[in-house]
Design a protein around this ligand. Sequence first.
Ligand code: BG6
Length: 277
Amino acid sequence: VEGPEGQQKVVLTSSSGASAEVFLHGAHVTSWKSNKGEELLFMSNKAIYAPPKAIRGGIPICFPQFGVLGPLGQHGFARNSMFEIVEGSGESVTLSFRPSAEQQKQFPHQFHLLITVQIGSDRLTQTLQVQNEGSEPMPFTTAFHTYFLVSDVDNAHADLGTSGLTYQDNTKGRAESKLSGSSVKFQQEFDAIFVGAPDTIKVVDEKAGRTISVRKEGLPDAVLWNPWADKANGMADMGHDQYRNFLCVEPAVAASGPIQLESGKSWSGTQILSLDS
Ligand code: BG6
């Protein structure tokens, strides 16, 4: 199917009627709808759907670098690159990517990245699998940079399930800080790496009466982010005041990394997003 600006996307549909859309650009999920047809992911109304810009909203794949934790541009180049379809059914698709010669100049490693997206009646499952096809160990960090749609950030929070967790505050040079309770209420710019985060984090929209559980496997960290007004309104690809309509919970290998993947070896990490009934 053709999406905005002629970009190719895959539409997945479960027998229950839930659906998802995945762009070949970045293996980027831009929509996840429940079986009642409600959209669960945020998309910027100014998103640019053309490489080399990453799509704003949905689920960008940060690879082979999370954030600025390495020599590459922010969040690495996978989100700015075109993937190919290797297999698919109506409910799942696997997309493949290998770095170009140009990308290998910045990151001197050969690898094969596979992203699988599967839609279920109440869930979206996404797996990142990487194989080191080079002869040297390959360092990487990564994240599923998921933008959850909320009715208003004032009516929503992220529940980590444990009180008093510490985090690295990206707004303060990664200084260590501590949560007072077990949840994050977004009331100003918040940009935090929870190292060794709980394996389930809930995104709760109190007004909409909706809870989405974010479960992670093989991904030790979680990043929680909302840019708030000044930063968001300074982004060319974010609509005015749209920062109020999302919060990001990002299962990651961030400060726990980098992982050193040995030559010939594979690694995988998964996020499972499920809508609580
Ligand atoms: C988050 C980072 O994961 O992504 C933030 O912690 C960053 O520091 C944000 O601003 C968005 O990044 P980008 O490159 O998509 O604007």
